[in-house]
Write a protein that binds this ligand. Structure first.
Ligand code: S3P
Length: 182
């Protein structure tokens, strides 16, 4: 399997910016699932939700994810927050590389999404919507993650350092396992 880091977590956790930084540090490719969908469809995420509905968006998301985890190049994937809702996606992620959960508390997420422009699942009261979504998703992120990094009080650059360190530790463990089995 190609080297791959899969960043999961809620919207506002910093998956896109941290993904870019980690990819630059490792000189790997970076794939952001929302960006890829927008490129493929020529529509923004809110446009897809408005014109074709959430189910159509989720179908695009599943396709992009399947492509992302079968590529042969080392890659950091910023996985959009809702992708973990699908059992098929969870299976892909589990077998696709090192899964890193950028874990943030609700007040952090609410501050970062601000007025939630461009986020079709958030309405007039983003904190209320985030609370509802996080209640459903938190156990999924928790279950899926090989590593969780608390991002509340640290900069994206420091989060990126921790992701890179987790990747190196994972490699060392894998090499030890292979050595022990040889
Ligand atoms: C969503 C997260 C968004 C985007 C869409 C739905 C979700 O991506 O895919 O608005 O269901 O959590 P980010 O997590 O990159 O913000």
């Amino acid at each position: 399997m190609a080297d791959r880091i899969l960043l999961i977590g809620m919207m506002g956790a910093g998956k896109s910016s941290v993904g870019r930084l980690v990819a630059a540090r490792l000189t790997w490719a970076h794939l952001d699932s929302d960006e890829r969908i927008q490129k493929r469809t020529g529509r923004t995420v809110p446009q897809i939700f408005a014109e074709r509905g959430e189910a159509a968006f989720r179908a695009e998301e599943a396709q992009v994810l399947a492509e992302a985890v079968t590529g042969s190049e080392p890659c950091v994937v910023s996985v959009a927050g809702g992708a973990v809702l699908s059992a098929d996606n969870r299976r892909l992620l589990r077998s696709g590389g090192l899964v890193v959960w950028l874990r943030a508390e609700l007040p952090t997420l609410a501050t970062r999404v601000g007025r939630a422009e461009g986020r079709p699942l958030l309405n007039r009261d983003p904190l209320e919507d985030l609370t509802r979504l996080y209640t459903e998703r938190r156990p999924l992120y928790q279950d899926l993650a090989d590593v969780a990094i608390d991002v509340d009080h640290i900069s994206p650059s420091d989060v990126a350092d921790k992701v890179v360190a987790a990747h190196h530790a994972h490699r060392v463990r894998a090499a030890q396992r292979d050595g022990a089995g040889a």
